[in-house]
Ligand binder design. Structure first.
Ligand code: S3P
Length: 169
């Protein structure tokens, strides 16, 4: 069984992934970390040296490689569902969960974490709110294709586990 966690940067995918994994006895793998391991480069470096298009190609390739695992929770990147047919593909391979969060909460959580995220680099807090609001408006149509939606703020893992069980029935 495979679970894909999706949502914008800062929505808590990695933390939720670890918690779910420990409750379910699954392994949890972060797609960005896997890409860094496989390429020997940081995500920022890939964007800088090779550009976003190449990053998206790598992201698709390693997503598909990772999905050969079983009993695994894959924490994807914020853009993963929005390129190629990745969202449809994830929906066909496992259970997808969208961690939904408001732009204000996202910005609050992202303020100190822009340096490792090339798309947000060099943005002031004011620019960040506008950018995240617009990006979410573009991306949410993909995110909302997920099988399960959960509020990312104060995420209740027990409730989420119930929803996963219901979806699998
Ligand atoms: C991106 C999100 C990042 C990472 C890359 C691009 C995006 O992942 O994949 O910097 O386009 O939203 P996180 O959501 O894990 O920060």
């Amino acid at each position: 069984m495979l679970i894909f966690l999706i949502g914008y940067m800062g929505s808590g995918k990695s933390t939720a992934g670890k918690k779910l994994a420990s409750r379910m006895g699954f392994q949890c793998i972060d797609l960005d970390q896997y890409i860094e391991l496989k390429t020997g480069k940081s995500i920022s470096q890939i964007f800088e040296d090779d550009g976003e298009n190449m990053f998206r190609e790598l992201e698709k390739k390693y997503l598909q490689e990772l999905a050969k695992q079983t009993h695994t929770i894959i924490s994807t990147g914020g853009g993963t569902p929005c390129f190629f047919d990745n969202m449809q593909w994830m929906n066909s391979k496992g259970t997808t969960i969208y961690l939904q969060m408001s732009p204000t909460s996202l910005v609050h959580r992202l303020q100190n974490a822009t340096s490792t995220r090339p798309i947000l680099k060099n943005k002031t807090n004011h620019e960040l709110l506008e950018f995240v609001t617009n990006a979410l408006a573009d991306r949410e149509k993909y995110y909302l294709e997920a099988h399960i939606q959960a509020k990312g703020e104060n995420l209740n893992i027990t409730e989420l586990l119930e929803k996963i069980k219901e979806h699998r029935l």
